[in-house]
Design a protein around this ligand. Structure first.
Ligand code: PEP
Ligand code: MG
Length: 573
C-alpha cells in the first residue's frame, strides 16, 4: 500500500493510466538571426494566446470558474513586461534561441517560487511550468498529448497535474487521481474537491510503482493507494465505497432540513468560503450564510495587489450570490503560513508571531482602507459584516474603527451608498484576545472563534513541526476553557459568538460547543450536511451535561476518550 495526502473523501477503484508528459529537449544556441528568434517568439506568443483562449471557450468539459481564472492568469503572464524583457535580453545578449530563452526565464521563475517554501507560491511554479511546456511545444512543433481517451473508470496517475492538463482531461471517465506532487491547497486538490473525485496526492514514486492497466484502489479519506489489491483488500475497499455512497445519499436528505438541535433550538450554520464561486454550494446545502470569507485568496495567485474596484466586485458578487443572507468578510489575513510574495513582507524568524493579520492591515493603512471601502461599497448589495483577524488588543480594534469611520466619511462625501449599520467583529484566535474577551466584547458586534490558530497559540505548538505536532490538540483543557470563556463573555455582553475553525465541524466536539452555549457555526461547504445531521441529533440538556463533564477533565486524552465513547451510544455519524 502507498501513502499520500487524501484530499477528497471517497473510494475510487479502477484501471490505472500513467500519464507521463513527453520531455521536450531544447538545443543550445541559435542558428538564425536575433531578429528571426524574436519574430519566432512573437508568433509563438500569438499561438499560445489563441490556444488558451480556445481552451477557455471550448473545453473538453465545462470549465470551473477557478480553472478559467488560472488560464486567464497564464494569458496575463505571457504578456508580462518583465518576463518579455528577460526573454528578449537572453536572445539579444546571450545568442539564445527563442525556445532556450523561454526555458531559461521560466526556470528562473520556477526556482524562485519553489525556493519560497510557500505552498501557494509553489503552486505558481506549476503555472509557470505549464506555460513553459506549452510555449516550448509551440516553438519546437511538438504535438500535444491527448488526455481524453481513457476507458471508463480510470485512475489517473501522474507526477503532477498542471491546470492546462486538467482542462484537457475527460473527467467523466476518471474515478480517482493519484499524483506525486501537490498538497491540500494545490490546483488539483481544489479540482478534486469541486468535482468530488477521490484523490491522493504527494504519493512518492507513484508513476514508477504503478503501471498502466494495473488495478488500483484509492481511499481518499485515509490517503491510501492499493496497487493490484488482493481479494481481501478489494472487498474492504468495495465495502467502504458502498458505505461512503450510502452516507452521501443519506446526507442529501439534510439539504432541506433546518439547522437546529433535537429539541428544536435554532442554530445558525454558515459556510467558510474563499470566493463567490463557493456560494452556489452553500445555498444548495441550506447554509444560513457565510461565516468566514477568507479574502486572502483574492490576493493570491497573482502578481499585483487587487485594487478597490476589483475587490468591490468580488465582494458584491459574493453578497449577491448569497441572496441577502449574511456574509462575514474577514479582512486580509496575510502572514504566518499565508505568504503573498508581492506584498514585500520580509522573511521573519517567527512568522506566526510576526507581521500578520490585523498587524499587517494596520501597518498598511492605505491598502487596509482600500479593502474596507470595497467591503463598505459592497454592503449596499447584501448583508455584509466585517471581521478582523489575529486581534490581540483593544487598541487594534479602536484603530480599525477610526480608519473605518474615515472610509465611511469618504463614501458619504462621494454620495456612495453603503450599509450604515454594518457590523464589526473579530476573530478570537489568540490567547490575549481570550483573556480580555470581556473587554473586547464591549467594543465589537460579534466574535468568531478561530480554533485552528487558537490551539496553536495557546499550546505554543507549531503544527507544521512534526516533532511537536502530537501536542496540537483542541481537546486540551486550556483550549476548551478558553473557548468556554469566550462564549460566556460574548453572552454576558449580548453579542453573537460563532466558531469558524476546523473544530466547529469535528463530530465528537459538536455537543460540547452546544453545551457551552454556542449557537453559530461556520464550516467548510463539504461539512455542512454532516454538521447539520449531528446538530439535529443533539439534545441541549444532554449537551450541557457533556460539556460540564469535559470542562472538569484535566487531560486531552481523557476528553477525547470520553467523547468518543459517549458519542457511540448518543448519535451515529
Ligand atoms: C482559524 O485560525 O481557526 C481560522 C478559521 O482562520 P485560518 O484557518 O484562516 O487561519
Ligand atoms: Mg486563523
Amino acid at each position: 500500500m502507498l501513502k499520500g495526502i487524501g484530499v477528497f473523501d471517497g473510494i475510487g477503484i479502477g484501471q490505472a493510466y500513467i500519464y507521463e508528459e513527453n520531455e521536450i529537449v531544447v538545443k543550445k544556441g541559435s542558428k538564425v538571426s536575433k531578429e528571426e528568434e524574436k519574430e519566432a517568439f512573437l508568433e509563438a506568443q500569438e499561438t499560445f494566446e489563441k490556444e488558451i483562449s480556445a481552451l477557455i471557450a471550448q473545453p473538453t468539459y465545462e470549465l470551473e470558474k477557478e480553472q478559467k481564472e488560472i488560464l486567464l492568469g497564464q494569458l496575463t503572464m505571457i504578456k508580462d513586461p518583465e518576463l518579455l524583457d528577460l526573454i528578449e535580453a537572453f536572445i539579444s545578449q546571450e545568442n539564445m534561441s527563442a525556445a532556450e530563452a523561454v526555458e531559461r526565464v521560466c526556470d528562473q521563475y520556477i526556482q524562485v517560487f519553489l525556493n519560497s517554501g510557500d505552498e501557494v507560491l509553489c503552486e505558481r511554479a506549476t503555472d509557470v511550468k505549464d506555460l513553459k511546456q506549452r510555449m516550448l511545444r509551440i516553438l519546437l512543433g511538438v504535438a500535444e498529448e491527448r488526455l481524453d481517451q481513457f476507458p471508463e473508470e480510470t485512475i489517473l496517475v501522474a507526477k503532477e497535474l498542471t491546470p492546462s492538463m486538467t482542462t484537457r482531461l475527460d473527467l467523466s471517465k476518471i474515478c480517482g487521481i493519484v499524483t506525486e506532487t501537490g498538497g491540500r491547497t494545490s490546483h488539483v486538490a481544489i479540482l478534486a474537491k469541486l468535482l468530488e473525485i477521490p484523490a491522493v496526492l504527494g504519493v512518492s514514486q507513484a508513476t514508477t510503482k504503478i503501471k498502466t492497466k494495473d488495478i488500483v484502489g484509492i481511499n481518499g479519506k485515509r490517503g491510501e493507494v492499493f496497487v493490484s489489491p488482493n481479494e481481501t483488500q478489494l472487498n474492504i475497499l468495495k465495502k467502504s465505497q458502498e458505505e461512503y455512497k450510502q452516507q452521501q445519499r443519506e446526507l442529501i436528505a439534510f439539504k432541506e432540513k433546518k439547522a437546529e438541535t433535537k429539541d428544536q433550538r435554532p442554530i445558525i450554520l454558515g459556510g467558510n468560503i474563499v470566493g463567490a464561486k463557493d456560494t452556489k454550494k452553500l445555498l444548495e446545502y441550506g447554509a444560513s450564510g457565510v461565516g468566514l470569507f477568507r479574502t486572502e485568496f483574492l490576493y493570491m495567485d497573482r502578481s499585483t495587489f487587487p485594487d478597490e474596484e476589483e475587490q468591490f466586485l468580488a465582494y458584491k458578487e459574493t453578497l449577491e450570490g448569497m441572496e441577502k443572507k449574511s456574509v462575514t468578510i474577514r479582512t486580509l489575513d496575510v502572514g504566518g503560513d499565508k505568504e503573498i510574495g508581492y506584498l514585500g513582507i520580509e522573511q521573519e524568524m517567527n512568522p506566526f508571531l510576526g507581521y500578520r493579520g490585523i498587524r499587517y492591515c494596520l501597518g498598511e493603512p492605505f491598502r487596509f482602507k482600500q479593502q474596507l471601502k470595497a467591503i463598505l461599497r459592497a454592503s449596499a448589495y447584501g448583508k455584509a459584516k466585517i471581521m478582523l483577524p489575529m486581534v490581540t488588543s483593544l487598541e487594534e480594534v479602536n484603530q480599525t474603527k477610526k480608519l473605518l469611520d474615515e472610509c465611511k466619511e469618504q463614501l458619504e462625501e462621494l454620495g456612495v451608498p453603503y450599509d450604515k449599520d454594518i457590523k464589526l467583529g473579530i476573530m478570537m484566535e489568540t490567547p490575549a484576545a481570550c483573556v480580555i474577551a470581556d473587554q473586547l466584547a464591549e467594543e465589537v458586534d460579534f466574535f468568531s472563534i478561530g480554533t485552528n490558530d487558537l490551539t496553536q497559540y495557546l499550546l505554543a505548538v507549531d503544527r507544521g513541526n512534526k516533532k511537536v505536532s502530537y501536542l496540537y490538540s483542541v481537546f486540551h483543557p486550556a483550549v476548551l476553557r478558553s473557548i468556554h470563556r469566550v462564549i460566556q463573555c460574548g453572552k454576558e455582553a449580548g453579542i453573537t459568538v460563532s466558531m469558524c475553525g476546523e473544530a466547529a465541524s469535528l463530530p465528537i466536539l459538536i455537543p460540547v460547543w452546544l453545551g457551552f452555549g454556542l449557537t453559530e457555526f461556520s464550516v467548510s461547504p463539504s461539512a455542512i450536511l454532516q454538521t447539520k445531521k449531528i446538530l439535529r441529533s443533539c439534545d441541549s440538556k444532554e449537551c450541557i451535561e457533556i460539556a460540564n463533564k469535559v470542562l472538569a477533565m484535566k487531560e486531552s486524552g481523557q476528553v477525547a476518550q470520553y467523547l468518543e465513547s459517549k458519542c457511540k451510544d448518543y448519535y451515529e455519524f
